[in-house]
Write a new protein. Sequence first.
Length: 276
Amino acid sequence: MASEYIISSLQKEKIEEYLASGKRLDGRGPADYRDIEVEMNISKNAESSVRVKFGKTEVIAGVKMAVVAPYPDSPAAGTFMTTVELHPMASQQFEIGRPGIKSIELSRVVDRGIRESGFIDFEKLCIKEGEKVWQVFLDIFAINDDGNMMDVAGLAGIIALGNAKMPEYDEKEDKLTGVLSKESLPIDKDALSFNMTFHKISGVIVADVSEEEEAISDYRLSIAVGDNNGEARITAMQKGKSGVISSEDMENILKLVENKFKKMFPKIRKYVFING
């Protein structure tokens, strides 16, 4: 089981004092994101791979594919699985062993945002109805957790998927050739959505939290957002922690979502479709 990240009461008071004045310890405003860095082609063995950083928070995501039997209730649709691995090297919170609560929750949030947006065209992943389909594996590895792993993992996931190439499959021999084709993973570019997560700390709504800020927040709300003719379209939502979200808070968060979406979506889209 992962241990809880604990900060001193002095550090907590300092964070709250800065937020009360509209600032944060690193100089950002409450709604500001850290600088985003993206590096492609991290692994030569993956169908696509990417390293994504928000400040010091860093993850690597990779896509692998296999030919499998379809699910009985979806005989003409491919399948999709997301896993997030959190190791002690990323944070003192994480321990070696079975996936912890945070790992499972991260996997579910990233998976739901991708699945419910319709980003992957699962029907185009069918090779032979009722017999063979493509299964897409999205693996995300935390390298360093300095807060807001939800958004970093989510962005890494959609970038990896958006730039993935299909492996060559020899139907006669029923095996992969070990070579990537020029064909891209079938996705709907218009269904692209990305994750934005907000925390409430001492009465202030905060985006892209640091590890210390995350530790003292009342609640967390992660929202997957896509494009609807230039306006934000919510495709999924997940609440975390025990605090209650008031109607006023929700209204303020949705305003932030709309504002941040218009500023961030063009850049996110460029990252996701680096290869066109």
